[in-house]
Design a protein around this ligand. Structure first.
Ligand SMILES: Cc1cc2nc3c(=O)[nH]c(=O)nc-3n(C[C@H](O)[C@H](O)[C@H](O)COP(=O)(O)OP(=O)(O)OC[C@H]3O[C@@H](n4cnc5c(N)ncnc54)[C@H](O)[C@@H]3O)c2cc1C
Length: 467
């Protein structure tokens, strides 16, 4: 039975654990899917590479507002798809080849299941044990509790984000089920590229966990771009020929939508369902996440976990940060670094939705602050009211910012052009505990850049003049 100093389950963020301080260890990586994990192969990176051409199509349509008219854009789907995966697939293959070629590293291309403490069985039946083990097994897309939609079936037109980006051809129609960030990004991409999209959302608005004015604005914009069914539940799915007929129940009663492709984008669950964590002494939360402490140790000795399999945030920058913590803590545990273990902390966690327009946020919404009884002040700056917004003729952008009564920034929620970049100075300010007035007046803001929206939002906060 092979025994290793360290076994890592998952080659996404788990693949970045092997820092120089761990050199020489006998390491095994176990990967049951595509080498490199979700972000590289089916997540952040390809989606954003599809969003770019989709944005270009919309910008071409919208340019007339600036006095420029383009001919109707044409979309080369196979060209876009093959350009994107022609870049990504070799990165995955090269990463795998690199690990295979390493002297002290074994790569098991198999799904693993726990049979005991730091003991795994592979699909081949082979058992593997380890002195130390890291679970970096990620998450998977969920299905719906509706016959025909319980699990993906790409051969018959039922996709998740794992497969929809590799379609042979754009379908005439697509039903996107879900209202979160994956659903919104995909609805944007396929609608812009020429597919007749219907997005079905159970809640009253898209991106419901965002600041209400951001969620409402995104929903209104989406409603004008494609068929959007809100407060609508998916009840049935039947296929005739190549066409799915999806039964719906909404505010107007029963209805349906027909589509050649259905995209299930109703959330993701940690990959503990096929891992048998109990056999290894690993406790899980009610939602399936592995329980970890602040050092990211799981509940069995010398086992750590990171990323989507244990984190409350399904975000790559969080998984990467946690991988840095676990790598350090492994080295400390092995006596290779003489310093205390690192822990997770309460720094704000930002995220973005690369829809059209973009949305980005960190920290609580106004409703959440009120519900928690947290005193706060707030200001909202429209992008259209700063000079660069005039140049853009922007009607989409908003930046609500919340601060505590001393001026420390608690949260920001942006919608509009480049929101994912615009919000970063606020993430920095909140992370380092800077006061709004110091951020606004302690530096020059390039005029007339889009970042002035941040400066103006901070100056708009109803705070007493600093002494
Ligand atoms: C469509 C989409 C878009 C996204 N966009 C963004 C974005 O813009 N920004 C952002 O921050 N995040 C985004 N995310 C989320 C981000 O991709 C994840 O948070 C991140 O990839 C999680 O990394 P991880 O290392 O925890 O897991 P993964 O990268 O998923 O790695 C886990 C690996 O473990 C393997 N595995 C699982 N179980 C086993 C087992 N039992 N045995 C062997 N191998 C196993 C899997 O095959 C997988 O390769 C997106 C996700 C999706 C789906």
């Amino acid at each position: 039975m092979p025994h290793h100093d360290l076994v890592i389950i998952g080659s996404g963020s788990g693949n970045s654990l092997l820092i120089p301080e761990l050199d020489g260890l006998d390491v095994a990586i176990v990967e049951g899917g595509t080498f490199g994990g979700t972000c590289l192969n089916v997540g952040c990176i390809p989606t954003k590479m599809f969003v770019l051409p989709a944005d270009r199509v919309l910008e071409a349509h919208e340019a007339h507002r600036l006095g420029v008219t383009f001919a109707e854009p044409t979309v080369d789907w196979p060209g876009i798809r093959d350009r994107i995966f022609g870049r990504i697939d070799p990165i995955s293959a090269a990463g795998e080849a690199y690990r295979r070629g390493q002297e002290h590293t074994t790569l098991y291309r198999s799904h693993a299941t726990f049979t005991g403490e730091r003991r795994l069985v592979l699909d081949t039946g082979e058992e593997v044990t380890a002195d130390r083990l890291v679970v970096a097994a990620g998450s998977h897309p969920l299905g719906l509790e509706v016959d025909g939609l319980r699990a993906p079936d790409p051969e018959h037109g039922i996709h998740t984000s794992d497969t929809v980006m590799r379609l042979d051809a754009l379908p005439p129609r697509m039903a996107v089920i879900g209202g979160g960030f994956v659903a919104c990004e995909m609805a944007h991409v396929f609608a812009a590229l020429g597919v007749a999209v219907t997005q079905v959302q159970r809640g009253e608005a898209l991106l419901r966990h965002h600041e209400v004015e951001v969620s409402q604005r995104y929903t209104e914009i989406a409603r004008h771009r494609y068929d959007l069914r809100l407060s609508t539940t998916t009840t049935s799915a039947e296929r005739t020929g190549d066409v799915w007929r999806i039964g719906l129940t909404g505010p107007g009663g029963a209805s349906h939508v027909e589509a050649e492709v259905v995209l299930l984008a109703v959330g993701r669950a940690p990959n503990t369902d096929r891992l048998e964590p109990a056999a290894a002494g690993l406790a899980v939360h009610d939602d399936g996440r592995l329980v970890v402490d602040a050092e990211l140790r799981a509940t069995a000795p010398r086992v750590w976990a990171l990323g989507d399999v244990s984190s409350a945030h399904q975000l790559k920058h969080v998984a990467n940060h946690e991988a840095r913590i676990v790598a350090h803590n492994l080295a400390v545990d092995l006596g290779r670094i003489d310093s205390p273990p690192r822990t997770t902390d309460a720094r704000p966690v930002p995220h973005a939705v690369f829809g059209h327009p973009q949305v980005a946020a960190f920290g609580p919404t106004a409703a959440e602050l009120s519900a928690a009884g947290t005193p706060f002040v707030t200001a909202t700056q429209s992008v259209g009211d700063v000079a660069y917004g005039w140049a853009l003729e922007d009607t989409t952008g908003l930046l609500p910012v919340h601060a505590d009564p001393t001026g420390r920034i608690l949260a920001a929620h942006a919608i509009g052009p480049h929101a994912s970049t615009v919000i970063q100075p606020l993430v920095q300010a909140a992370s380092f505990g800077q006061r709004a007035i110091d951020v606004a007046r302690g530096q020059y803001w390039i005029h007339p850049a889009l970042a002035e929206v941040v400066e103006n939002a901070l100056l708009g906060l109803p705070l007493p003049d600093p002494a």
